[in-house]
Design a binder for this molecule. Sequence first.
Ligand SMILES: C[S@@+](CC[C@H](N)C(=O)[O-])C[C@H]1O[C@@H](n2cnc3c(N)ncnc32)[C@H](O)[C@@H]1O
Ligand SMILES: [Zn+2]
Length: 314
Amino acid sequence: MLSFVCPVCHVDVPEPGSSGVRCPTCGRQFPDRDGAMDFTPNPPPDPDVQERWPLWEQLQHNFVVAADEIPEHSLSVGRRADATAFARFSDLRGSVLDVGCGPQTEPSYAVGANGRFVGIDPLRGEKQREFTFVQGIGEYLPFADGSFDRVLFATSLDHVLSPARSLSEARRVLSPSGTVNIWFGEVPDTELPPPATDSPSLRRRLGDAAMHPRAAIRRLTGRTPPQPPEPAYLRELAVPTGAIDIFHVVHLSSPLVSEWLSAAGLTVADAGRHGASVFLCARAPDASADRGGGTRRVARKRGSPGLGTERAPQ
Ligand SMILES: C[S@@+](CC[C@H](N)C(=O)[O-])C[C@H]1O[C@@H](n2cnc3c(N)ncnc32)[C@H](O)[C@@H]1O
Ligand SMILES: [Zn+2]
């Protein structure tokens, strides 16, 4: 049985009744909506999150339009090689929290997870989830300290209002030996000039562009190949002021995410990749001492391009 805390002040709240629950400390009211709790603190308590909210709502709108049109471009649905690779990398066992689980009934990477699977997302979705679902946001998790063995961000860290706050909350709810597992899509820097052609190997000439066919052509030839035609609905979505594209305010990279992780008191323990997808596994530093001889095999450097389908970062 999952028990909740107030997502703002982290005190235990009573078991939710049919009308929801009220925090005994801050008095915030959290409603039960058709059998699933809504723990979204709206308005949020912190000014930086408040400030980001209007832009985030526009990006969320774009995401909903895109996910409705072609779900498999934006969500882990169906048989996706990248989602399967992430599930394998994350070694889903014990108690798992999926931050930004999506509106679908079950993300592909959750199929076959052993143990309890809990998802949180600001989107309610249209159908009932096949796992325990709570509506809310990663910045304010309604779970007690140390509740989960795995906390996942599966292509969601670049959608949240505050990655720093979300990772710090992930660490709070992580059990001492638990891991935070992040999957993000890498966007290569296509604007870099092509490196000198006398570099020793093709791999070195391409660098991180090796995973991205368009970027690879740009690095090798100096010319940007034409964009493949976009679906019409994508062209109709506006890039809001302050965003970098129709879905994001920032493109993630391993150094940036590692920086956020270390600010949250987490250290990268493993990394892997699958095409353009990057996987990072982080833990609290004091947890590594009692890892039990490194029996967990999660490091998988999937370096070669073209391993199954690739999802453009959402
Ligand atoms: C690209 S989708 C990924 C969904 C799912 N993990 C999957 O792979 O199918 C990003 C998700 O992040 C969610 N999201 C956006 N802001 C969030 C926040 N502040 N906290 C938690 N999730 C958030 C979105 O609603 C969306 O469902
Ligand atoms: Zn409270």
